[in-house]
Write a protein that binds this ligand. Structure first.
Ligand code: BG6
Length: 479
């Protein structure tokens, strides 16, 4: 029998976010988050339309499709994850379940109890929770009253929240992520950073100052977490998107490097504890001057234990982008690459890009890595199978298999990787478009974009495929 290239104790699993799958958006004292007022999703459909549609308050007419009721069905869902053999399950804590408005002094006990029950249920199956502290769900009150992360006051509110959950769950959770796709705030300031100023009116100064507040808050969380439990493993989470120069023209390569630097800025600061020099030049040329509080420099030195990232696609960049066709993408995008195919939503599929990303991050930081999102959003068709309704999702299997084979190559290259969680192991609501028909799961959920459906769960073909991948620790990928 051949030895698997995946390390022993590799953490296989799936990833979710509270606002996209819990439902129960206003139950048991939960406050509204920025997600609850973006009925069409938090990101523009096309790169270039900058602002999502934001409503005052959710009403029956404009209510966003809310989750898939994990709030009431968590036992059933976790049992299905356990059946697939999950070693890890990534979920976020909805900040507004714990602090409904965000600036209260005392937490909402009912919210805390919900996650106690979820973590206890995971423990029954020896599934390790991997918890995102803030996944595009800033309490709405903080967006409306303080302009989200544009205000330094958010650091204090976030600190109170993370202290509360670190203390509460210190014996139940070991792996933590501070902010989901922390770099996305540059492209979706409302969804990612709770910044209410319309994007077109938001100055670069204010945007990068907000970035600074998040980076300080993240480092502070790392410091506090390690004080509360030295065994905690605390990571940053970035949206990874490798960029290729469209041609061998050095100017195209430079454009690609500049695009990547905008993303590296975030992992560099999390891993190295200070701002990189390349951004100082960018700041000077754009009249950006970050205001540091006296303690910030020291706080930023609290670096992360590991680097985690999402990976869905790559892009091409050129010095003259207007001469090319622009592709659609995950929050950010670039020029369409003629060598790659695209998903039904226009995201370009590039398994080799994942190998490149893994090697780039590892060479840059020599820190353990964790792939915490990867997957294919596709339209599934429910058909009758021998054991009931199912989906023949060979396209999803093909996508995941090709990506995981490239992960195997990166492991052979010498990269240190702790685990891999697919995005949306159970169908959930799309962050960018609020559709349920953009499905990622191994488990089909009977829910339609108009909110109809029984919410019943059905196993797709990929369910047994992933189960086998996990059971063989990746060996089945090569047969
Ligand atoms: C990532 C987010 O950007 O991509 C998730 O962290 C999101 O929240 C995922 O769901 C897939 O994007 P979408 O828009 O297809 O849901």
């Amino acid at each position: 029998m051949t030895q698997s290239v995946f390390p022993e104790n590799f953490l296989w699993g799936g990833a979710t976010a509270a606002n996209q799958f819990e439902g129960a958006y206003n139950l048991d004292g939960k406050g509204l988050s920025v997600q609850d007022v973006t009925p069409q999703g938090g990101m523009p459909a096309t790169i270039g339309d900058l602002d999502p549609l934001i409503t005052d308050e959710p009403t029956p007419d404009n209510l966003k499709l809310e989750g898939i009721d994990f709030y009431h069905r968590y036992k059933e869902d976790i049992a299905l994850f356990a059946e697939m053999g999950f070693k890890v399950f990534r979920l976020s804590i909805a900040w507004s379940r714990i602090f409904p408005k965000g600036d209260e002094k005392e937490p909402n006990e009912a919210g805390l109890q919900f996650y106690d029950k979820v973590f206890d249920e995971l423990a029954k199956y020896n599934i390790e929770p991997l918890v995102t502290l803030s996944h595009y769900e800033t309490p709405l009150h903080l967006a409306r009253t303080y302009n989200g992360w544009a205000s330094r006051q958010l650091i204090g509110f976030y600190e109170r929240y993370v202290r509360t959950v670190f203390n509460r769950y210190k014996d139940k959770v070991k792996y933590w992520l501070t902010f989901n796709e922390v770099n996305s705030v540059l492209h979706g300031p409302f969804m990612s950073g709770g910044i209410a100023t319309p994007f077109a009116e938001l100055s670069k100064q204010d945007l990068y100052q907000a970035v600074h507040h998040e980076l300080v808050a993240s480092a502070l969380a790392t410091k506090i977490g390690h004080e509360i439990n030295p065994d905690f493993k605390i990571g940053c989470m970035v949206l990874a998107m490798p960029a290729y120069g469209y041609t061998a023209n050095p100017l195209d390569q430079l454009a690609a490097r500049e695009f990547e630097n905008q993303n590296y800025l975030f992992s560099d600061i999390h891993a190295r504890g200070k701002y990189p020099n390349y951004i100082k030049r960018y700041f000077e040329e754009n009249n950006i001057s970050i205001v540091f509080a006296p303690e910030d420099e020291a706080i930023l030195k609290n670096t992360v234990d590991f680097i985690s990232f999402s990976y869905y696609m790559s892009v091409a960049q050129a010095h003259n982008p207007e001469d090319y066709e622009t592709g659609r993408g995950n929050i950010m995008g670039g020029i369409k690459n003629p060598y790659l195919e695209s998903s039904e939503w226009g995201w370009q599929i590039d398994p080799v890009g994942l190998r490149l990303v893994l090697n780039d991050f590892y060479d840059r930081y020599q820190l353990p890595l964790f792939i915490v999102e990867n997957g294919l959003g596709a339209k599934d068709v429910l058909v009758d199978g021998p054991d009931g309704p199912t989906v023949e999702d060979d396209y999803r299997i093909d996508y995941l298999k090709k990506h995981l084979q490239q992960v195997g190559e990166a492991l052979k290259d010498g990269v240190e990787l702790w685990g891999y969680t697919t995005w949306g192991p159970i169908d959930l609501v799309s962050a960018s478009t609020a559709q349920l028909s953009k499905r990622y799961g191994f488990i089909y959920v009977d829910r339609n974009d108009d909110g109809t459906g029984s919410l019943a769960r059905y196993k797709k073909k990929s369910f047994d495929w992933y189960k086998k991948v996990i059971a063989t620790n990746g060996e089945s990928l090569y047969h």
